[in-house]
Design a protein around this ligand. Structure first.
Ligand SMILES: [Zn+2]
Ligand SMILES: [Zn+2]
Length: 374
């Protein structure tokens, strides 16, 4: 406040008779003017709180990361560096996915990652080429057989934010949702041969809501908004209903709903889906920004659905990235800013008990892998 008093400024006003008079502004007026000009997108607060900051270099238990991607184009040197980082941070196994991994690219990736036995699992993608052709379902199943024989762990990451599996390559799965008639026998077959499906359904809810001054996630909503006015695009409820219906229709196929099914704003709703669909799991990847805003509610959800949650990152390969996830899961640190997540709010950590950490870090994944091989 003292500093502000020094900021007293003057403005020139033209008086009625044309001569200039000077009016002093008080510090409060100046402060309001400055604050009024700060844009939300430029807001970068620095915590004032003298509270614990706990750095965790290595996870408390050896971690299985169920959600990562090939950030290195399967480059041998970069994979070697990644393994080194994994060792330093306590990541003992990483599941690597790619939306373009069919045919030759998949085989090349499989060869590159297989050089580190036990450290990586590689997932494959669906090929939507000529999906309207009569033989597509048989071709898709034969493709899955080939991938399985080569060692694919599952199918993913599929995506449906409303317009279908748009991220798929070489052919986009535009308007191909899990309820597409041609997908039904393929989803069933995936379960039959033990390939789980990792799928990104929707996005955080504010990306579907009006971009206005009431939008709770405005800064990310503005950057990642989903335009549901496009013809054939499902809205948030539409993609969620589509997903739940598919999970119910194919109870022998396992689905991993990435990013807490993009439903971390409504734990009871997500819990209901998990109650109704025992074949559905969630991963926690790339949603610290959304879940660490409500640490106690998130922890209660994790305790209740302790057997259905996998650790995941989906956020590059840096040691700092891993370490931040450990800090959020393991410590009770509060009021943490992480501008990389794009939101304007601070985070607090979950302080998970050891039994729950073990489940999320590796026990659930290990049990899941055993289930698949039955
Ligand atoms: Zn995703
Ligand atoms: Zn991902």
């Amino acid at each position: 406040m003292k500093k502000l008093l020094f900021l007293l400024a003057t403005v020139a006003l033209v008086s009625a008779c044309g001569s200039k008079t000077e009016e002093k502004k008080d510090a409060q007026t100046i402060a309001r003017e400055i604050a009024g000009e700060i844009l939300l997108k430029e807001y970068e607060p620095v915590s004032i709180f003298n509270v614990p900051v706990t750095n965790i270099d290595k996870a408390k238990y050896g971690v299985i990361d169920m959600h990562s991607h090939d950030y290195n184009d399967a480059d041998p040197e970069k994979i070697a560096a990644w393994v080194k980082t994994m060792d330093e941070c306590g990541i003992r196994h990483t599941h690597v996915m790619h939306c373009e991994w069919i045919g030759a690219p998949f085989e090349e990736a499989m060869a590159a990652y297989s050089k580190y036995p036990g450290r990586f699992s590689v997932w494959c993608s669906l090929d939507y080429t000529d999906i309207e052709a009569e033989d597509w379902e048989e071709r898709a199943k034969a493709h899955l057989d080939r991938c399985k024989a080569l060692g694919a762990f599952g199918i993913g990451e599929m995506v449906d934010k409303g317009l279908g599996d748009e991220y798929a390559r070489p052919v986009k799965g535009t308007h191909i949702h899990l309820d597409h008639p041609k997908m039904q026998s393929v989803l069933e077959y995936a379960g039959k041969i033990g390939l789980p499906i990792s799928i990104h359904v929707g996005e955080p809810i504010w990306m579907y809501e009006p971009i206005d001054n009431h939008n709770d996630g405005l800064m990310n909503g503005a950057n990642w908004t989903v335009d549901t006015t496009v013809e054939g695009c499902y809205d948030y409820d539409g993609v969620m209903e589509c997903f739940a219906n598919a999970a119910k229709a194919h109870p022998n196929t396992y689905f991993i709903a990435c990013h807490y099914l993009n439903m971390s704003h409504d734990w009871p709703r997500l819990g209901k889906i998990l109650d109704e669909c025992p074949n559905v799991y969630v991963d926690i990847s790339a949603r610290i920004g959304e879940s660490a805003t409500t640490p106690r509610a998130t922890r209660r959800f994790m305790e209740k659905y302790a057997d259905r949650i996998f650790y995941g990152t989906d956020n590059g390969t840096s040691a700092d990235m891993y370490r931040f996830t450990f800090r959020i899961l393991e410590t009770d640190d509060e009021h943490i800013y992480q501008p990389d997540f794009g939101y304007h709010w601070a985070y607090s950590a979950f302080d998970l008990p050891d039994w729950l950490l073990r489940k999320i870090y590796y026990e659930n994944a290990e049990k899941f892998i055993k289930k698949l091989s039955k």
